[in-house]
Structures are given as structure tokens and as C-alpha cells.
Design a protein around this ligand. Structure first.
Ligand code: SF4
Ligand code: MG
Length: 327
């Protein structure tokens, strides 16, 4: 794969009082140009931390303690704050769950769009303002010219997230990190925003890392999916393969819960037990206390990622040398 983004063996640690907790452990994945990679897992699995690391926005006490992040073949995790800021907004944009974290409450949305474009693109203010109006029209804001004068609080949540998308796309980024972009919205609005994100990415060939706890969202939008569990990638592969033949017992549990996905509270909670937290790590495979197929080796040794079709699966059952559980 010709990767636009490569995350290699990423490790993120959190400095706690007497020790360093491991939040992200040996996470590797890549995203091709124009591809949508869904990153799914329970809350606390490390999805957002991974996205934050890619954006170069990790904050103490969280630090990148290992691995590399490359964008377009160039290492970005070693860039200066200034270098990273130039990349963010221009080449890599972010969409977060709460539109108000992306929007400045004291600036009109027209000014925010215009200023962002003037920061990164060679254009005049008049050109920027004209483009801002076009962008609002593209994201489906009614009466876009008048709306340029509006402040974020004057818009509904759904309209604000449309503005955030306009802002994310205004400098024609090649990658968007979208972290639960529809979770804070009314269910009736969620599908509209997701459709808009998908359409804009398709039209522009923009790649997306779509972080969500909602397997239904992944099934609808993602080309490939990375399933995270306890700070690691349990399984990564084409969405269709994972839906049809998930190899990892955790992924299978997630897939079994898809039909009820639309009832928001129930997602991913149908596998009995809880995911281990960074302050109480589990030896061997982190999923073994909950895994219906666990056997002795699972508690003792951590499985590496084995290839299964076009997927990679961190489970001993996927080991080509696996010959069945010893009696
Ligand atoms: Fe289950 Fe063992 Fe596979 Fe982990 S390695 S998912 S415990 S079978
Ligand atoms: Mg999160």
C-alpha cells in the first residue's frame, strides 16, 4: 500500500505518581491516500490518544515513548511545534466530537474560515471571504452569505458541526482525523453529518482516520477498520472481511452487537466483563479474562499480529502454527 499515514510501533506512556502507565502499546497501522480507516473500540481503548498523537497534540502527562509517525513518507512525530502547526490545518485537519472545541466563540464563522485559509494558503482576504461563503454552501448551511456573520452559539449543534467540516476542509487537507464526529449530535442529525463527511472526502480524495465507538458507523463508512483493545490493535483489515469473517474473538463480539448499534447506549457493552485499564494491565493477551476461547497460553504470552487474509490479527488462534488447544 502506498501509505499517506504510517504509524509504526507507537507507544504512549502516561507519567503517574510513581510509575509510567502504558496507554498505547506497539500500535501500527497505515492509511492510504483517500482511504477511510475506522478506529473502533470501547472507551479507554486508546483510539483518541492515537489520533491525538498523530496530530502532535499529546499533552503531559502523556508522552510518545516509542515508535514513529510518518506522513507522506516524512517523519512528523519529531517535528517542532511550529512545524507541526504548519502541517495541522493545512495537510492534516481535525474534527472533534464537540464542535465548540474547534470553533472560537468570539469570532464569526466567516472570520474563522477566512483566517484559517489566510494562515495556510496564498490568497487575498477578499478571495478568502468569497471562498468561505462557498464552503458554507457546500456543507449545506442555508443562506450561507448571511451565516458568515453568525457566531458559533447562534447555530444549532448540527449546523456547528457542518461549519467544523467546512473549517476542516477549507485548506484541502489530505488527511482528516475525525474523533467521534457525530457522537454529540441528535441521532436524527448523525447520519446527515456522516454522509456529508463521506461525500466531501470522496469528492476530494481526502483520507480519514475515523475514531468511533460505534461499529454501525464503521460498517457504513470505513474501507478498513482497526479494532483497538487496551491500547493495542486487536485486529485490522478490510471492513468487509471483518464483518464477514472476523478472526479475533473480540472483533467477533463487536460484530455480534451491530444489529443493536442504533440504540446508542448498548454498543460494545455486550461482551461481559471490562477492559483492563492502564493502571491495572493484564499479562498475556489483554482480552483473555473476557475471551470465551482463551486457553493457557493466552494468560502467559502476548500474541503478536498474525496475517489472516488481508487482515492482521493479534490472537494465538490466528497463529499459523496453532494446532488446537492442548487437551
Ligand atoms: Fe482470546 Fe487467546 Fe486470542 Fe486473546 S489470544 S483473543 S485470549 S484466544
Ligand atoms: Mg475518545
Amino acid at each position: 500500500m502506498n501509505a499517506l499515514l504510517q504509524v509504526e510501533n507507537l507507544r504512549v506512556e502516561i507519567a503517574a505518581r510513581k510509575r509510567r502507565l502504558v496507554a498505547i502499546d506497539d500500535v501500527s497501522f497505515e492509511i492510504a491516500a483517500g482511504e477511510v480507516l475506522g478506529v473502533v473500540g470501547e472507551s479507554g481503548a486508546g483510539k483518541s490518544v492515537t489520533g491525538t498523537a498523530v496530530l502532535g497534540l499529546l499533552e503531559a502527562p502523556a508522552v510518545q515513548a516509542g515508535g514513529r509517525i510518518l506522513f507522506d513518507g516524512r517523519r512528523i512525530d519529531t517535528l517542532s511545534e511550529e512545524g507541526m502547526r504548519a502541517l495541522r490545518g493545512k495537510e492534516i485537519a481535525a474534527v472533534f466530537q464537540d464542535p465548540l472545541t474547534s470553533l472560537d466563540p468570539l469570532m464569526t464563522i466567516g472570520d474563522q474560515l477566512t483566517e484559517t485559509m489566510l494562515t495556510h494558503l496564498p490568497m487575498t482576504r477578499a478571495e478568502g471571504e468569497a471562498r468561505a461563503g462557498e464552503l458554507l454552501a457546500e456543507v449545506g448551511i442555508p443562506a450561507p452569505r448571511e451565516r458568515l456573520q453568525a457566531y458559533p452559539h447562534e447555530l444549532s449543534g448540527g449546523m456547528r458541526q457542518r461549519v467544523v467540516l467546512a473549517l476542516a476542509f477549507c485548506c484541502a487537507p489530505r488527511l482528516i482525523i475525525a474523533d467521534e464526529p457525530t457522537t454529540a449530535l441528535d441521532v436524527s442529525i448523525q447520519a446527515q453529518i456522516l454522509d456529508l463527511l463521506r461525500r466531501m472526502c470522496r469528492e476530494r480524495g481526502t483520507a480519514v482516520m475515523l475514531v468511533t465507538h460505534d461499529m454501525g458507523v464503521i460498517a457504513e463508512v470505513a474501507d478498513r477498520v482497526a479494532v483497538m483493545y487496551a491500547g493495542r490493535v486487536a485486529e485490522i483489515g478490510p471492513t468487509r472481511q471483518l464483518i464477514a469473517h472476523a478472526a479475533h474473538p473480540y472483533t467477533r463480539g463487536l460484530m455480534a452487537s451491530i444489529p443493536s448499534m442504533r440504540r446508542r447506549e448498548k454498543e460494545l457493552t455486550q461482551i461481559p466483563g471490562a477492559m483492563p485499564r492502564p493502571d491495572a494491565p493484564v499479562a498475556g493477551c489483554a482480552f483473555h479474562p473476557r475471551c470465551p476461547q482463551a486457553f493457557a497460553r493466552c494468560a502467559a504470552e502476548r500474541p503478536p499480529a498474525f496475517p489472516v487474509g488481508a487482515a492482521r490479527v493479534a490472537c494465538w488462534l490466528a497463529d499459523p502454527a496453532f494446532e488446537g488447544v492442548p487437551a
